[in-house]
Design a protein around this ligand. Structure first.
Ligand code: UTP
Length: 480
């Protein structure tokens, strides 16, 4: 282990020696813990990051030359860009049957908005079944494995803050029936959290540096470093179905999307994305657009805060938003593309700033401060910043109610409550299309709490045999 003197010398070179302020007061175990933690940090990049993101942050110049993206429409018959859904679905199913597809879930976030004590994936997503988010995805994958007769390996990114508890949860639930040998957990990197005004690294406790996971964009380096990419190559995996831990309606694997990614004439098979039409110019989602930078036009995701407001309001002659392609953070990633990026010494995703309230040790008193306003800066990388690095990248439109009900907040928008309402609405649609009567209130909302077991499939047809003769009484609570 690194000695006190060598750690102090490294810290002094980057102006962060205050991290050892309380060293002399610590127990031998805590001394070792602190030296060990600091030794693992990439201290040498700190001065550059502090200069760029705290001392002289460049005002983020919104892109000026932007065009809407030519997405594959949800209705494959739409004359804007008709496509053969059955053909691409078959292509995706063939890839699944050939064992060339794995799922990749990012679950390393801190989930601070939800305020839940534990990995977010353990949070309840089933209003009736009480199933957790993790269980929803596991059931989705179990169903896919049954349908396509092949294992769909599952790569799960955690962070050092929730790695142990995530694995323990899967063990406790016997991996929900999946083969543990086809689930691989790996950890993402951590970055020091910084004081917003000085750039000094914060201490979480006298013996612990305050750190944060390096964003879902950290997954590309983590996939490579952990050996996950080698494991994929060994298993013959060519495509990854990427999703986040907070959206229980996600299709853990979607054959039509996989098929388009792998076979559409305008796809490079490197990275593809799903979008939903935005409901209003102000909706807080990133927007897919074609952006020209340095003479090259490429697909990009523009964060809502960076999107020029006048453009966000523009409409087409039929009254729709011209820039309506809202990102739902669902992608397909080509394994060779990830390998190429991860092995390129010049590969780097940019950092994004997130100002947060970060509890920390007061260096004068040694007491823990719980800030009332933002005092700290988290730097994070985002996976969608890899999109402009593709040779070409396609976007598929999907239906919000069918595939998007994230749980981000404790209440209100994007909460467990809104998620349950969307799940009921989706289930009602499916049942009604199969001729089952579903009670609705006078405002049209479903007068029941309905949930679909994700292992059954991804379309109403998959439920036909199960719902014959089903009666749904007003106020019923049902898992179908
Ligand atoms: P969010 O942007 O919602 O962040 O992550 P979060 O950390 O989970 O929640 P808040 O902002 O603190 O409330 C979107 C997805 O990316 C994953 C999350 O686990 C979630 O699936 N993620 C985020 C990571 O895996 N690592 C990160 O460093 C950040």
């Amino acid at each position: 282990m690194a000695s006190y003197d060598s750690v102090l010398a490294r810290l002094a070179r980057v102006g962060q020696e205050h991290l050892l302020r309380f060293y002399e007061t610590l127990s031998p175990a805590h001394k070792a813990q602190l030296l060990g933690q600091i030794s693992e940090l990439d201290l040498e990049s700190l001065p550059g990051l502090i200069e760029r993101y705290i001392k002289s942050p460049a005002a983020s110049a919104p892109p000026t030359d932007i065009e809407p993206v030519d997405a594959y429409p949800h209705d494959a018959g739409d004359r804007r860009k008709p496509w053969d859904r059955a053909r691409y679905r078959k292509l995706g199913e063939d890839l699944l049957r050939a064992g060339k597809v794995a799922a990749f879930m990012v679950a390393g976030g801190q989930g601070s908005r939800l305020g839940y004590d534990g990995p977010k994936g353990c949070f309840r997503a089933g209003e009736v079944s009480r199933r957790s988010l993790f269980e929803f995805f596991a059931l989705g994958l179990l169903g896919a494995q049954r349908r396509y007769g092949r294992v769909v390996p599952w790569y799960i990114m955690t962070s050092p803050q929730n790695h142990g508890s995530t694995i323990a949860y899967f063990q406790e639930h016997k991996s929900f029936g999946l083969d543990p040998a086809s689930i691989m957990f790996f950890q993402q990197g951590m970055l020091p959290s910084l004081d917003l005004s000085t750039g000094k690294v914060l201490l979480a406790r006298p013996y612990e540096v305050a750190t944060n996971p390096d964003g879902h964009g950290g997954s590309i380096a983590a996939l490579s470093k952990s050996g996950a990419i080698d494991d994929m190559v060994h298993r013959g995996i060519e495509h990854l179905s990427y999703f986040q831990v907070d959206n229980p309606l996600v299709r853990t694997v979607d054959p039509a999307f996989l098929g388009l990614h792998a076979g559409a004439p305008d796809s490079s098979g490197e990275m593809s994305s799903k979008m939903i039409p935005k409901v209003s110019p102000e909706e807080k989602v990133g927007v897919f657009a074609m952006v020209r930078r340095e003479g090259r036009r490429s697909l990009d995701v523009i964060e809502y805060s960076d999107f020029p407001p006048a453009l966000a309001k523009e409409t087409t002659p039929d009254g729709k938003l011209r820039f309506n392609a809202g990102s739902i953070a669902v992608h397909t990633l080509g394994v060779p593309f990830l390998r190429k990026l991860a092995s390129d010494p010049g590969f780097e995703l940019p950092y994004h700033r997130a100002e947060k309230k970060i509890p920390h040790v007061d260096l004068a008193t040694g007491e823990i401060v719980q800030p009332q306003k933002n005092n700290g800066l988290k730097l994070e990388k985002f996976i969608f910043d890899a999109i402009p690095m593709c040779r070409a990248s396609i976007v598929l439109e999907t239906d919000r109610i069918e595939e998007f009900a994230p749980i981000k907040n404790a209440t209100g928008v994007d909460s467990a409550e809104s998620c349950a309402a969307i799940q009921s609405e989706r289930a009602a649609r499916w049942l009604e299309s199969l001729g089952v009567r579903v009670p609705r209130r006078s405002d049209g909302s479903v007068d029941a709490v309905l949930e679909i077991d994700p292992s059954h499939g991804d379309s109403p047809e998959d439920l036909r045999d199960r719902v014959r003769g089903l009666q749904v009484a007003p106020g019923a609570r049902l898992v179908i």
